[in-house]
Design a protein around this ligand. Structure first.
Ligand SMILES: [Zn+2]
Length: 467
Protein backbone atom coordinates (compact mmCIF):
# COMPACT_ATOMS: atom_id res chain seq x y z
CA UNK A 1 0.00 0.00 0.00
CA UNK A 2 2.72 2.44 1.03
CA UNK A 3 4.65 1.44 -2.04
CA UNK A 4 1.66 2.19 -4.24
CA UNK A 5 1.25 5.60 -2.64
CA UNK A 6 4.93 6.43 -3.09
CA UNK A 7 4.89 5.24 -6.70
CA UNK A 8 1.82 7.22 -7.62
CA UNK A 9 2.53 10.53 -9.36
CA UNK A 10 -0.55 11.98 -7.64
CA UNK A 11 1.24 11.71 -4.31
CA UNK A 12 3.92 14.05 -5.57
CA UNK A 13 1.44 16.41 -7.20
CA UNK A 14 -0.37 16.48 -3.85
CA UNK A 15 2.85 17.13 -1.98
CA UNK A 16 3.77 19.91 -4.38
CA UNK A 17 0.34 21.45 -3.92
CA UNK A 18 0.76 21.40 -0.14
CA UNK A 19 4.17 23.05 -0.45
CA UNK A 20 2.74 25.76 -2.70
CA UNK A 21 -0.07 26.38 -0.19
CA UNK A 22 2.46 26.65 2.64
CA UNK A 23 4.52 29.08 0.56
CA UNK A 24 1.45 31.20 -0.23
CA UNK A 25 0.37 31.18 3.41
CA UNK A 26 3.81 32.27 4.58
CA UNK A 27 3.64 35.29 2.27
CA UNK A 28 1.17 36.66 4.79
CA UNK A 29 2.74 37.62 8.03
CA UNK A 30 -0.63 37.49 9.75
CA UNK A 31 -2.60 34.28 9.93
CA UNK A 32 -6.29 34.88 10.42
CA UNK A 33 -6.87 32.36 13.26
CA UNK A 34 -4.73 34.20 15.81
CA UNK A 35 -7.59 35.45 17.96
CA UNK A 36 -10.60 33.76 19.54
CA UNK A 37 -13.74 33.41 17.50
CA UNK A 38 -16.40 36.01 18.08
CA UNK A 39 -19.80 37.17 16.90
CA UNK A 40 -21.41 40.52 16.25
CA UNK A 41 -22.59 40.56 19.89
CA UNK A 42 -18.98 40.70 21.02
CA UNK A 43 -18.75 44.24 19.60
CA UNK A 44 -21.32 45.31 22.18
CA UNK A 45 -19.38 43.57 24.96
CA UNK A 46 -16.07 45.36 24.19
CA UNK A 47 -16.94 48.28 26.47
CA UNK A 48 -17.03 45.96 29.47
CA UNK A 49 -13.43 44.93 28.95
CA UNK A 50 -10.70 46.70 30.90
CA UNK A 51 -7.82 45.21 28.89
CA UNK A 52 -8.59 46.54 25.42
CA UNK A 53 -5.83 48.47 23.60
CA UNK A 54 -6.17 50.56 20.44
CA UNK A 55 -3.86 50.65 17.43
CA UNK A 56 -4.99 53.38 15.01
CA UNK A 57 -3.26 53.28 11.64
CA UNK A 58 -3.65 56.14 9.14
CA UNK A 59 -2.30 55.45 5.66
CA UNK A 60 -1.90 58.90 4.16
CA UNK A 61 -3.25 59.42 0.61
CA UNK A 62 -4.89 55.97 0.30
CA UNK A 63 -7.92 55.91 -1.97
CA UNK A 64 -10.33 53.10 -1.20
CA UNK A 65 -10.71 51.71 -4.70
CA UNK A 66 -7.03 50.68 -4.91
CA UNK A 67 -7.41 48.02 -2.21
CA UNK A 68 -8.30 44.40 -3.02
CA UNK A 69 -11.11 44.33 -0.46
CA UNK A 70 -12.69 47.30 -2.26
CA UNK A 71 -12.65 45.46 -5.57
CA UNK A 72 -9.29 46.47 -7.04
CA UNK A 73 -8.06 43.87 -9.50
CA UNK A 74 -4.39 44.16 -8.51
CA UNK A 75 -2.92 42.44 -5.47
CA UNK A 76 -1.96 45.66 -3.71
CA UNK A 77 -3.14 44.78 -0.19
CA UNK A 78 -3.13 41.02 0.56
CA UNK A 79 -2.56 41.42 4.31
CA UNK A 80 -5.27 44.00 4.93
CA UNK A 81 -7.65 42.08 2.65
CA UNK A 82 -7.11 38.91 4.67
CA UNK A 83 -7.56 40.68 8.00
CA UNK A 84 -10.76 42.47 7.04
CA UNK A 85 -12.24 39.34 5.51
CA UNK A 86 -13.02 38.41 9.14
CA UNK A 87 -13.47 41.96 10.46
CA UNK A 88 -15.54 45.02 9.46
CA UNK A 89 -15.18 46.95 6.24
CA UNK A 90 -17.01 50.20 5.55
CA UNK A 91 -17.57 50.12 1.80
CA UNK A 92 -18.27 53.84 1.33
CA UNK A 93 -16.41 56.40 3.39
CA UNK A 94 -16.03 60.12 2.74
CA UNK A 95 -12.98 61.96 4.14
CA UNK A 96 -13.63 65.53 5.22
CA UNK A 97 -11.02 67.09 2.96
CA UNK A 98 -8.45 66.21 0.31
CA UNK A 99 -5.76 68.09 2.28
CA UNK A 100 -4.14 66.35 5.24
CA UNK A 101 -4.41 69.04 7.89
CA UNK A 102 -8.06 69.95 7.35
CA UNK A 103 -8.96 66.27 7.04
CA UNK A 104 -7.05 65.09 10.14
CA UNK A 105 -8.43 67.96 12.25
CA UNK A 106 -11.94 66.70 11.46
CA UNK A 107 -11.03 63.05 11.89
CA UNK A 108 -9.70 63.64 15.40
CA UNK A 109 -12.36 66.10 16.58
CA UNK A 110 -15.38 64.50 14.89
CA UNK A 111 -16.36 67.96 13.64
CA UNK A 112 -16.77 69.01 9.98
CA UNK A 113 -14.17 71.50 8.67
CA UNK A 114 -16.39 74.60 8.58
CA UNK A 115 -16.74 74.17 12.36
CA UNK A 116 -13.12 73.23 13.18
CA UNK A 117 -11.97 76.32 11.26
CA UNK A 118 -8.71 74.48 10.47
CA UNK A 119 -8.56 75.29 6.78
CA UNK A 120 -5.35 77.24 6.08
CA UNK A 121 -1.60 76.73 5.96
CA UNK A 122 -0.89 78.30 9.37
CA UNK A 123 -4.01 77.13 11.25
CA UNK A 124 -3.77 74.95 14.35
CA UNK A 125 -6.46 72.96 16.17
CA UNK A 126 -8.23 75.36 18.58
CA UNK A 127 -7.51 74.95 22.28
CA UNK A 128 -11.18 74.36 23.03
CA UNK A 129 -11.29 71.11 21.05
CA UNK A 130 -10.85 67.94 23.07
CA UNK A 131 -8.96 65.24 21.24
CA UNK A 132 -9.35 61.45 21.55
CA UNK A 133 -5.79 60.99 22.84
CA UNK A 134 -6.64 63.34 25.75
CA UNK A 135 -9.70 61.24 26.59
CA UNK A 136 -7.71 58.00 26.41
CA UNK A 137 -4.84 59.40 28.46
CA UNK A 138 -7.30 60.49 31.13
CA UNK A 139 -8.86 57.00 31.06
CA UNK A 140 -5.48 55.50 31.95
CA UNK A 141 -4.11 54.50 28.55
CA UNK A 142 -0.47 55.04 27.69
CA UNK A 143 -0.57 57.13 24.49
CA UNK A 144 1.90 57.42 21.62
CA UNK A 145 1.81 58.87 18.10
CA UNK A 146 4.32 58.11 15.32
CA UNK A 147 4.21 60.17 12.12
CA UNK A 148 6.19 61.58 9.17
CA UNK A 149 3.75 64.11 7.66
CA UNK A 150 4.58 67.65 8.77
CA UNK A 151 0.90 68.70 8.62
CA UNK A 152 0.17 66.65 11.76
CA UNK A 153 3.15 68.09 13.65
CA UNK A 154 2.64 69.09 17.29
CA UNK A 155 2.85 72.83 16.53
CA UNK A 156 -0.50 72.45 14.72
CA UNK A 157 -2.03 71.01 17.89
CA UNK A 158 -2.07 67.35 16.82
CA UNK A 159 0.17 66.12 19.65
CA UNK A 160 -2.27 66.90 22.46
CA UNK A 161 -2.95 63.93 24.72
CA UNK A 162 0.03 61.93 23.45
CA UNK A 163 2.70 61.16 26.06
CA UNK A 164 5.09 60.62 23.17
CA UNK A 165 4.44 62.25 19.81
CA UNK A 166 7.36 61.44 17.70
CA UNK A 167 8.45 62.10 14.15
CA UNK A 168 10.19 58.87 13.18
CA UNK A 169 13.77 59.62 12.28
CA UNK A 170 15.52 58.30 9.26
CA UNK A 171 17.24 55.30 10.79
CA UNK A 172 18.99 54.54 7.51
CA UNK A 173 17.47 51.10 7.48
CA UNK A 174 19.28 49.52 4.59
CA UNK A 175 17.87 46.03 4.62
CA UNK A 176 15.24 47.02 2.08
CA UNK A 177 16.22 49.17 -0.81
CA UNK A 178 13.39 51.60 -1.39
CA UNK A 179 12.61 52.76 -4.86
CA UNK A 180 11.24 56.27 -4.99
CA UNK A 181 9.19 57.26 -7.97
CA UNK A 182 9.63 60.95 -7.09
CA UNK A 183 13.11 61.06 -5.60
CA UNK A 184 13.31 64.86 -5.87
CA UNK A 185 10.50 65.20 -3.35
CA UNK A 186 11.47 62.54 -0.86
CA UNK A 187 11.21 63.31 2.85
CA UNK A 188 13.66 61.68 5.20
CA UNK A 189 13.35 58.03 6.11
CA UNK A 190 10.76 55.43 5.13
CA UNK A 191 7.65 53.93 6.66
CA UNK A 192 9.80 51.11 7.94
CA UNK A 193 11.22 53.61 10.44
CA UNK A 194 7.66 54.06 11.73
CA UNK A 195 7.11 50.30 11.79
CA UNK A 196 10.29 49.67 13.76
CA UNK A 197 9.41 52.43 16.23
CA UNK A 198 5.89 51.00 16.62
CA UNK A 199 7.23 47.50 17.28
CA UNK A 200 9.69 48.83 19.81
CA UNK A 201 6.89 50.74 21.52
CA UNK A 202 4.77 47.57 21.74
CA UNK A 203 7.68 45.59 23.18
CA UNK A 204 8.35 48.30 25.78
CA UNK A 205 4.81 49.31 26.78
CA UNK A 206 2.56 46.50 25.51
CA UNK A 207 2.20 45.14 29.03
CA UNK A 208 0.32 48.32 29.96
CA UNK A 209 -2.95 49.48 28.44
CA UNK A 210 -2.02 51.57 25.40
CA UNK A 211 -3.22 53.65 22.46
CA UNK A 212 -0.78 53.70 19.55
CA UNK A 213 -1.31 55.92 16.47
CA UNK A 214 0.87 55.24 13.41
CA UNK A 215 0.60 57.57 10.41
CA UNK A 216 2.18 56.00 7.31
CA UNK A 217 3.47 58.21 4.53
CA UNK A 218 5.10 56.15 1.77
CA UNK A 219 1.90 55.93 -0.32
CA UNK A 220 1.94 59.74 -0.39
CA UNK A 221 5.62 59.56 -1.35
CA UNK A 222 5.15 56.85 -4.01
CA UNK A 223 8.01 54.98 -2.28
CA UNK A 224 8.29 51.20 -2.35
CA UNK A 225 10.80 48.43 -1.97
CA UNK A 226 12.28 45.91 -4.36
CA UNK A 227 9.68 43.25 -3.52
CA UNK A 228 6.90 45.62 -4.58
CA UNK A 229 8.91 46.65 -7.66
CA UNK A 230 9.22 42.98 -8.62
CA UNK A 231 5.43 42.70 -8.86
CA UNK A 232 5.81 44.45 -12.20
CA UNK A 233 2.85 46.78 -11.97
CA UNK A 234 4.38 49.03 -14.61
CA UNK A 235 6.00 52.41 -14.95
CA UNK A 236 3.07 54.82 -14.86
CA UNK A 237 2.55 57.18 -11.94
CA UNK A 238 -0.40 55.07 -10.80
CA UNK A 239 1.68 51.88 -10.95
CA UNK A 240 4.18 53.37 -8.50
CA UNK A 241 1.26 54.36 -6.28
CA UNK A 242 0.03 50.76 -6.29
CA UNK A 243 3.51 49.43 -5.50
CA UNK A 244 3.69 51.83 -2.55
CA UNK A 245 0.37 50.46 -1.25
CA UNK A 246 1.82 46.95 -1.38
CA UNK A 247 4.89 48.06 0.56
CA UNK A 248 2.72 49.83 3.16
CA UNK A 249 0.43 46.80 3.46
CA UNK A 250 3.47 44.76 4.50
CA UNK A 251 4.45 47.42 7.04
CA UNK A 252 0.97 47.15 8.55
CA UNK A 253 1.42 43.37 8.70
CA UNK A 254 4.75 43.71 10.53
CA UNK A 255 3.15 45.84 13.24
CA UNK A 256 0.31 43.36 13.64
CA UNK A 257 2.75 40.45 13.64
CA UNK A 258 4.42 42.10 16.63
CA UNK A 259 1.03 42.32 18.37
CA UNK A 260 0.61 38.63 17.75
CA UNK A 261 4.12 37.80 18.90
CA UNK A 262 3.45 39.62 22.18
CA UNK A 263 0.03 37.91 22.63
CA UNK A 264 -1.63 41.33 22.38
CA UNK A 265 -3.69 40.81 19.23
CA UNK A 266 -6.63 39.32 21.14
CA UNK A 267 -6.85 42.39 23.33
CA UNK A 268 -6.29 45.10 20.75
CA UNK A 269 -8.76 46.88 18.49
CA UNK A 270 -7.02 47.79 15.22
CA UNK A 271 -8.53 50.52 13.04
CA UNK A 272 -7.13 51.42 9.61
CA UNK A 273 -8.16 54.70 7.97
CA UNK A 274 -6.91 57.35 5.55
CA UNK A 275 -7.07 61.14 5.31
CA UNK A 276 -7.78 61.46 1.56
CA UNK A 277 -7.22 59.80 -1.81
CA UNK A 278 -5.18 60.69 -4.88
CA UNK A 279 -6.23 61.81 -8.36
CA UNK A 280 -4.85 60.42 -11.60
CA UNK A 281 -6.34 62.88 -14.08
CA UNK A 282 -9.97 61.79 -13.59
CA UNK A 283 -10.74 65.53 -13.52
CA UNK A 284 -7.63 66.95 -15.23
CA UNK A 285 -5.64 67.00 -12.00
CA UNK A 286 -3.02 64.69 -10.57
CA UNK A 287 -2.42 64.60 -6.82
CA UNK A 288 -4.67 65.85 -4.03
CA UNK A 289 -5.58 68.96 -2.01
CA UNK A 290 -6.88 70.70 -5.12
CA UNK A 291 -10.50 69.57 -5.47
CA UNK A 292 -13.08 67.31 -3.82
CA UNK A 293 -14.07 64.67 -6.34
CA UNK A 294 -14.41 60.99 -5.37
CA UNK A 295 -10.86 59.99 -6.21
CA UNK A 296 -9.56 62.33 -3.51
CA UNK A 297 -12.32 61.98 -0.88
CA UNK A 298 -13.26 58.27 -0.82
CA UNK A 299 -11.07 56.39 1.63
CA UNK A 300 -11.02 52.95 3.28
CA UNK A 301 -12.12 52.26 6.84
CA UNK A 302 -11.34 48.87 8.38
CA UNK A 303 -12.06 47.66 11.91
CA UNK A 304 -10.07 44.60 12.96
CA UNK A 305 -11.61 43.47 16.27
CA UNK A 306 -9.79 41.43 18.94
CA UNK A 307 -11.78 38.40 17.80
CA UNK A 308 -12.43 36.66 14.49
CA UNK A 309 -15.83 36.73 12.87
CA UNK A 310 -17.01 33.69 10.93
CA UNK A 311 -17.75 36.03 8.10
CA UNK A 312 -16.62 39.62 7.63
CA UNK A 313 -19.17 42.42 8.02
CA UNK A 314 -19.52 44.93 5.20
CA UNK A 315 -21.33 48.18 5.95
CA UNK A 316 -22.55 49.62 2.65
CA UNK A 317 -24.15 53.05 3.32
CA UNK A 318 -21.95 56.15 3.14
CA UNK A 319 -20.22 57.08 6.41
CA UNK A 320 -17.76 59.86 7.24
CA UNK A 321 -14.31 60.12 8.81
CA UNK A 322 -15.89 62.28 11.56
CA UNK A 323 -17.64 59.07 12.68
CA UNK A 324 -14.40 57.13 13.26
CA UNK A 325 -13.55 58.37 16.75
CA UNK A 326 -17.11 58.53 18.06
CA UNK A 327 -17.23 54.82 17.10
CA UNK A 328 -13.94 53.86 18.78
CA UNK A 329 -14.81 55.75 21.97
CA UNK A 330 -18.25 54.12 22.00
CA UNK A 331 -16.67 50.67 21.64
CA UNK A 332 -14.36 51.43 24.57
CA UNK A 333 -17.24 52.71 26.70
CA UNK A 334 -15.54 56.11 27.03
CA UNK A 335 -17.17 59.57 26.94
CA UNK A 336 -18.03 60.82 23.43
CA UNK A 337 -16.42 63.80 21.70
CA UNK A 338 -18.51 66.73 22.91
CA UNK A 339 -20.37 68.56 20.16
CA UNK A 340 -19.20 66.19 17.41
CA UNK A 341 -20.91 66.15 14.01
CA UNK A 342 -19.91 62.50 13.74
CA UNK A 343 -21.73 59.67 15.44
CA UNK A 344 -20.92 56.16 16.57
CA UNK A 345 -21.13 53.59 13.79
CA UNK A 346 -21.42 50.73 16.29
CA UNK A 347 -25.20 50.43 15.73
CA UNK A 348 -24.54 50.16 11.97
CA UNK A 349 -21.95 47.43 12.50
CA UNK A 350 -24.36 45.47 14.68
CA UNK A 351 -27.29 45.95 12.28
CA UNK A 352 -25.19 44.95 9.26
CA UNK A 353 -23.85 41.92 11.15
CA UNK A 354 -27.39 40.81 11.97
CA UNK A 355 -28.64 41.39 8.44
CA UNK A 356 -30.92 44.21 9.56
CA UNK A 357 -31.56 47.52 7.89
CA UNK A 358 -28.62 49.91 8.23
CA UNK A 359 -29.34 53.62 8.43
CA UNK A 360 -26.63 56.00 7.18
CA UNK A 361 -25.56 59.13 9.05
CA UNK A 362 -26.05 62.15 6.78
CA UNK A 363 -24.84 64.39 5.31
CA UNK A 364 -21.13 63.92 4.51
CA UNK A 365 -19.41 67.30 4.34
CA UNK A 366 -15.97 67.83 2.82
CA UNK A 367 -14.17 71.15 2.60
CA UNK A 368 -11.09 72.59 0.96
CA UNK A 369 -9.76 76.11 0.85
CA UNK A 370 -8.01 75.75 -2.49
CA UNK A 371 -5.79 78.69 -1.47
CA UNK A 372 -4.74 76.94 1.76
CA UNK A 373 -1.04 77.25 0.95
CA UNK A 374 -1.13 80.80 -0.44
CA UNK A 375 -0.86 82.81 2.72
CA UNK A 376 -0.98 86.16 0.88
CA UNK A 377 -4.23 85.40 -0.90
CA UNK A 378 -7.86 85.43 0.20
CA UNK A 379 -9.48 82.07 0.99
CA UNK A 380 -11.09 80.26 -1.93
CA UNK A 381 -13.47 77.82 -0.24
CA UNK A 382 -14.91 74.72 -1.89
CA UNK A 383 -17.54 72.72 -0.01
CA UNK A 384 -18.92 69.29 -0.89
CA UNK A 385 -22.22 67.91 0.40
CA UNK A 386 -23.00 64.24 -0.09
CA UNK A 387 -26.17 62.40 0.67
CA UNK A 388 -25.86 58.81 -0.49
CA UNK A 389 -25.03 58.82 -4.19
CA UNK A 390 -25.59 62.54 -4.69
CA UNK A 391 -22.76 65.06 -4.54
CA UNK A 392 -23.04 68.84 -4.61
CA UNK A 393 -19.91 70.99 -4.97
CA UNK A 394 -20.24 74.65 -4.11
CA UNK A 395 -17.84 77.58 -4.31
CA UNK A 396 -19.85 79.95 -2.13
CA UNK A 397 -17.72 83.03 -2.85
CA UNK A 398 -18.03 82.52 -6.59
CA UNK A 399 -21.59 81.27 -6.88
CA UNK A 400 -20.33 78.21 -8.74
CA UNK A 401 -22.13 74.89 -8.32
CA UNK A 402 -21.56 71.36 -9.61
CA UNK A 403 -23.84 68.40 -8.98
CA UNK A 404 -23.28 64.72 -9.69
CA UNK A 405 -25.53 61.69 -9.46
CA UNK A 406 -22.85 59.17 -8.53
CA UNK A 407 -25.17 56.16 -8.84
CA UNK A 408 -25.81 56.96 -12.50
CA UNK A 409 -22.48 58.68 -13.20
CA UNK A 410 -19.74 57.03 -11.07
CA UNK A 411 -17.00 59.12 -12.66
CA UNK A 412 -18.67 62.43 -11.70
CA UNK A 413 -18.44 63.69 -15.27
CA UNK A 414 -21.90 65.05 -16.00
CA UNK A 415 -22.56 68.27 -14.10
CA UNK A 416 -26.31 68.33 -13.47
CA UNK A 417 -26.20 71.82 -11.98
CA UNK A 418 -25.80 73.26 -15.47
CA UNK A 419 -28.82 71.43 -16.86
CA UNK A 420 -31.95 73.46 -17.51
CA UNK A 421 -34.06 70.81 -15.79
CA UNK A 422 -31.70 70.30 -12.83
CA UNK A 423 -33.20 67.83 -10.34
CA UNK A 424 -34.71 69.23 -7.13
CA UNK A 425 -31.96 67.81 -4.91
CA UNK A 426 -29.43 70.18 -6.50
CA UNK A 427 -31.15 73.16 -4.88
CA UNK A 428 -31.65 71.36 -1.57
CA UNK A 429 -28.01 70.28 -1.23
CA UNK A 430 -26.83 73.69 -2.42
CA UNK A 431 -28.76 75.39 0.40
CA UNK A 432 -27.40 72.81 2.82
CA UNK A 433 -23.81 73.49 1.71
CA UNK A 434 -24.30 77.22 2.09
CA UNK A 435 -25.72 76.64 5.57
CA UNK A 436 -22.62 74.68 6.62
CA UNK A 437 -20.34 77.30 5.13
CA UNK A 438 -21.98 80.06 7.13
CA UNK A 439 -21.69 78.25 10.47
CA UNK A 440 -19.43 79.80 13.07
CA UNK A 441 -16.39 77.71 14.16
CA UNK A 442 -17.17 75.57 17.21
CA UNK A 443 -14.22 76.84 19.28
CA UNK A 444 -13.66 80.29 17.77
CA UNK A 445 -11.18 81.17 15.04
CA UNK A 446 -8.32 78.68 14.61
CA UNK A 447 -5.08 79.89 16.21
CA UNK A 448 -2.36 80.85 13.74
CA UNK A 449 1.09 79.35 13.96
CA UNK A 450 4.27 81.08 12.85
CA UNK A 451 5.95 78.88 10.26
CA UNK A 452 9.64 79.43 9.70
CA UNK A 453 11.53 78.94 6.45
CA UNK A 454 13.01 75.62 7.53
CA UNK A 455 9.57 74.23 8.15
CA UNK A 456 8.37 75.57 4.80
CA UNK A 457 11.20 73.67 3.14
CA UNK A 458 10.09 70.46 4.88
CA UNK A 459 6.55 70.97 3.60
CA UNK A 460 7.84 71.63 0.09
CA UNK A 461 9.66 68.32 0.39
CA UNK A 462 6.24 66.70 0.69
CA UNK A 463 5.51 68.01 -2.76
CA UNK A 464 3.21 70.86 -1.74
CA UNK A 465 3.30 74.27 -3.35
CA UNK A 466 3.95 76.65 -0.47
CA UNK A 467 4.27 80.40 -0.97
ZN1 LIG B 1 -2.52 63.44 3.60
Amino acid sequence: MLRRILDSPWTYFGLAAVLVLVAVASMFEIQVPSRPKGTVDDFLALQDRDDLNVVFIVIDTLRADHLGSYGYERGTSPNMDLLVSRGVRFANVEAQSSWTKTSMASLWTGVFPPRTGVTRFHHAIPDGARLPAEILLEAGFKTAGLWRNGWVAPNFGFGRGFESYYRAHDTQIARRELEAHRPGQAIGGTDEDLTQAAREYLRSYGHERFFLYVHYMDVHQFAYDQEAADLGFGTRHMDAYDAAIHWTDRNVAWVLAELEELDLFEKTLVVIASDHGEAFFEHDIEGHARDLYRETTEVPLLFIPPFILDEGIVVEPLVRNVDVWPTILDMLGLPPLAGADGQSLLPMIVAAGRGQEVVAPEPAIAFLDTHWGRTEEEPNPLISVRRGGKRLLLRPEKDHTEAYDIDADPGEQENLADAEDAPAWVGTLSDEGRGWYELEPAWGAAPEVVIDDMYKEQLKALGYVVK
